[in-house]
Design a protein around this ligand. Structure first.
Ligand SMILES: [Zn+2]
Length: 510
């Protein structure tokens, strides 16, 4: 639709006062750009077109002036710059015409990836994720160009940024809720014993029981009191109160160390240690038991064991709901649909909680009772988390502090349990905020280090100045002594003052 440069426009422009001239394309603007870059001549008399601004320019009354003023137009200049930078960026195709085939270019990317894996002794299994990582970062090339990260700042981003925002997320979610804890012991390469505390709670948003790494503490002296202090300092970080803790379990190998700690905690937990009797009654949570004559009684007994969760009035309501639950046809339906390997929370109980009578929840009290009980740990869920710990410990991180270790464990567990890969991680506003503040903490740390270094240097300088002064003072004192002795010997009035003076001068020079 544009006319090719050089096309004879005589006929087209016959009725136009200022006629089109092809040599205008060679004029240059203030940026040194050729008008021909943007100026196009369509098949319409008296008008041309700016391809960058998508704008028609009429020249019939003003001729060349019309283009001149367009070329100096602020918007046009801005558009031109953007266009220009987009032209040059992709592989600077102008400077280097694309002679490489796509096959070669892809091969190059693979080679770089493989070299990186070898250089850093990474497992080959990381290859695909590594490539996805590169793709994810290159989505924002401009920011990537401005991004810097060092060993130390990365530590800050993990501990003060990512882990902190995951911690905050858990803290918000468990506020006032019943939770279960699980303790496990690990040993790092420094042979430090570390106690890991996991938490399980019912997440209202995800509508299921979720597991997170709550925290880690160094525990070389594992007396009951020490362990309690560790647990309490972790709970403190999340503002979790003891009454919220409905159960606390620990690995058997750890149990001997922790038994007394566990007993101490149990007292704080308003006597909710899971004895065998309680555990037996918890089988009432099994969908298979719907319709069983003991259901109502078992629920009542469990309810009584948790005064922090259910009040006396609640117990009455619980009894009523339990008798309805036991004969509810819709519950029976859910029971029939539930399969052995379904999750008991999202596969069954969440659906029971969703049942309602005219908008009102049918089993609010049962929900109150069951949610905390569902948090009580079961085997396989934990197993996989402790494998995560082993992963972290196995790798060569001898100098890793417990704080860093905790942060990695928190982030890793959260990602794995949310079933999200880092390359697909949705970076929430909170995460960004935390990472920004983490980076400024890092910069503060750098500044402090610098000041510290300067202080040390100043101190060294200061002490050497003092030393010098002292030496000089000693020297002077010595000279004074010499002089005194000298003048003492040559007390005689007329041993030419010249001689002494010269001698004095010589000494002074030393
Ligand atoms: Zn323009």
């Amino acid at each position: 639709m544009y006319l090719p440069p050089g096309y004879n426009t005589k006929e087209l422009e016959s009725g136009v006062k200022n006629k089109w001239r092809w040599e205008w394309l060679n004029e240059r603007g203030s940026l040194g750009e050729k008008w021909g870059d943007w100026l196009k001549k369509p098949n319409t008399p008296g008008s041309a077109y700016c391809e960058i601004c998508f704008k028609t320019i009429n020249y019939k009354s003003n001729g060349k002036k019309a283009f001149k003023s367009h070329a100096e137009d602020v918007t046009h200049l801005k558009n031109y710059r953007t266009w220009k930078s987009n032209q040059v960026l992709p592989g600077s195709s102008k400077a280097k015409p694309e002679t490489e085939s796509m096959q070669d270019r892809v091969a190059k990317q693979r080679a770089i990836t493989a070299a990186f894996i070898s250089e850093h002794c990474l497992p080959f299994s990381i290859a695909e994720d590594l490539l996805n990582y590169a793709k994810r970062l290159s989505e924002d090339k401009h920011a990537l160009g401005k991004t810097t990260i060092s060993k130390t700042s990365a530590t800050y981003i993990i501990t003060h940024g990512l882990a902190k925002s995951f911690k905050q997320e858990v803290a918000d979610k468990v506020k006032g809720k019943s939770v279960s804890l699980n303790l496990d012991e690990a040993t790092n390469n420094n042979n430090d014993k570390i106690v890991n505390i996991l938490i399980q709670f019912y997440d209202e948003e995800e509508n299921q029981i979720v597991l997170r790494h709550l925290g880690s503490r160094k525990q070389n002296h594992a007396t009951a009191k020490d362990i309690m202090m560790s647990i309490e300092s972790v709970l403190e970080e999340y503002k979790i109160e003891w009454w919220q803790v409905v159960s606390m379990l620990m690995e058997k190998k750890f149990y001997s160390h922790l038994r007394t700690g566990y007993v101490m905690a149990a007292i704080k937990m308003l006597k909710m240690p899971l004895n065998n009797h309680t555990i037996r009654q918890m089988t009432v949570l099994d969908p298979a038991l719907v319709g069983h004559s003991q259901v109502e009684q078992a629920m009542k007994n469990l309810g009584k064991k948790m005064p922090q969760v259910l009040s006396k009035e609640d117990l009455g309501a619980l009894s009523q709901e339990a008798s309805i639950y036991n004969v509810d046809l819709q519950v029976k339906d859910l029971q029939a649909k539930y399969k052995e390997d379904d999750r008991i929370d999202s596969g069954y109980w969440v659906k029971v909680f969703d049942l309602n009578n005219f908008c009102a929840m049918r089993y609010p009290t049962i929900k109150k009772l069951v949610m905390p009980l569902l948090t009580v740990f079961s085997g396989p869920l934990i197993e996989s988390t402790f494998n995560i710990m082993d992963d972290i410990i196995e790798k060569d991180r001898t100098k890793m502090t417990v704080v860093n270790y905790e942060a990695v464990a928190i982030v890793k567990t959260a990602l794995r349990k949310k079933n999200v890969k880092s390359t697909d991680l949705k970076v929430t506003p909170n995460m960004k905020k935390a990472c920004i503040s983490a980076y400024s903490s890092y910069q503060k740390y750098l500044k402090e280090m610098k000041e510290e270094k300067k202080k040390r240097e100043d101190a060294v300088l200061d002490s050497s100045v003092q030393l010098l002064k002292l030496e000089r003072a000693k020297k002077i004192a010595k000279l004074v002594r010499l002089k005194n002795r000298h003048s003492g010997i040559k007390r005689k009035p007329d041993t030419s003052s010249d001689g002494t003076g010269r001698k004095w001068k010589r000494i002074k020079k030393i």
